[in-house]
Ligand binder design. Structure first.
Ligand SMILES: Cc1ncc(COP(=O)(O)O)c(C=O)c1O
Length: 386
């Protein structure tokens, strides 16, 4: 059997067949070991098969896997409380993927505009997902173009350019959606003054400030949520990826004062907030607290970044090292894909994005020895290709 005969070829695959994962390592069926410094595309924040996650999946699967949303179970509200207690006073809607959380935010924001205001400002080079609404909010032509016409009334503004944002606002504008660090777009970090200005403008003009933390949330940047680096709070925050540390779940968190706008029957998800994913996610929060994950992200993020700055001094092809915590981008003066491929050949998994950026997002419990091993491989990769 050849998988190409059966799978729609939307993904570019590399390597053999992977059969096992543990912590920051993966093994293929030929027992070849890979150091995975991009586990699950930013999802597997506790590494592969964390023993406590494996245990709660087993336990909860034995008790209750799924329940429709007209019936109660203990974990949905418990997880919502945990998210709210650790972020800002608000209410939560659960779904299954990042794009679904984005869709919910678009609907919520449109509802807020009461049919009189409906335009949403989005950022160039942003990425919010592949469903038609989320794609409409995504500021990258190549993903959107083949699917025109998309959802109307999204206007792109230049990231980190408050003047451009102000110019794009008009009487019909009802909100803005922002990644505080653009992931897919090349690990571009929002400046503090920019974010503060956006927040102030939204307050003064009654706009909804949506922060997409699908990639930056759950400790990735050394704070539980990236907005906590900036002295502002969003009106809506979107979470997915690390929220279930490998188990599909997403959430839209909406500030309390506007949360009840989305009343009964206005939105729903069959699988959203089921017992198994919410139980797992609750455990993820506990592990982050009990295993002092944020402190590790801070320490290892600093260590990794400093070492990469050293690599930059050695290889002129490296233009910039940027990011926060363990969300790291290495901008190259050339196509980054061959560097990704060469690293893979040498047993290291990282990511190449936005044509010339290598993205590294290790498990948040990554160890110094694992980072050192990755750095040694990267050194060899740059020596070979430069
Ligand atoms: C910031 C951001 N938002 C939304 C999404 C879409 O998430 P999903 O692929 O789970 O729909 C992604 C995926 O990479 C993302 O990085």
């Amino acid at each position: 059997m050849s998988e190409e005969d059966y799978l729609i070829p939307v993904y570019k695959k590399i390597g053999g067949v992977f059969v096992r994962g543990k912590g920051s390592f993966l093994w293929d069926e030929k027992r070849r070991r890979f150091l995975d410094l991009f586990p699950g595309w930013g999802v597997s924040i506790l590494g592969h098969c964390h023993p406590r996650i494996v245990k709660v999946v087993r336990e909860q699967a034995n008790q209750l896997i799924h329940l429709p949303n007209n019936l109660r179970h203990p974990w949905q509200a418990a997880l919502a409380k945990k998210i709210v207690d650790t972020s800002f006073k608000g209410k939560v809607f659960f779904a299954n993927s990042g794009a679904e959380a984005v869709e919910a935010a678009i609907k919520f924001t449109r509802l807020y505009g009461k049919g009189e205001r409906y335009e949403i400002i989005t950022m160039k080079s942003s990425f919010h997902g592949r469903t038609l609404g989320a794609l409409s909010a995504t500021g990258q032509k190549e993903y959107k173009y083949p699917f025109r016409p998309l959802l109307p009334k999204f206007t792109e503004a230049k990231f980190n350019d408050f003047g451009d944002f102000e110019r794009k606002v008009n009487k019909k504008t009802v909100g803005v959606i922002l990644e505080l660090i653009q992931g897919e777009g090349g690990v571009n970090v929002a400046r503090e003054d920019y974010v503060r200005n956006l927040r102030k403008f939204c307050d003064e003009n009654d706009l909804i400030f949506i922060v997409d933390e699908v990639q930056t949330g759950m400790g990735r940047t050394a704070k539980l949520f990236c907005f906590q680096h900036y002295s502002v709070q969003p009106d809506i925050m979107l979470l997915s990826k690390g929220l279930g540390a490998g188990f599909p779940i997403s959430a839209m968190v909406v500030k309390e004062k506007i949360a009840n706008l989305m009343g009964r029957g206005k939105h729903a998800s069959t699988f959203g907030g089921a017992p198994l994913p919410t139980r797992v996610s609750w455990e993820v929060f506990k592990i982050i607290e009990e295993e002092k994950i944020l402190a590790n992200v801070k320490k290892m993020g600093r260590y990794f970044t400093n070492k990469l700055q050293g690599l930059k001094k050695e290889f002129a092809v490296i233009k910039e090292i940027r990011g926060k915590g363990l969300m790291i981008g290495i901008e190259l003066a050339t196509n980054s894909y061959p560097f990704f491929e060469e690293a893979f050949k040498k047993g290291l998994i990282i990511n190449s994005t936005h044509k010339n950026v290598l993205r590294i997002m290790p498990a948040l419990n990554v160890k110094k020895e694992e980072i050192d091993l990755g750095l040694n491989i990267l050194q060899e990769v740059f020596e070979k290709l430069c």
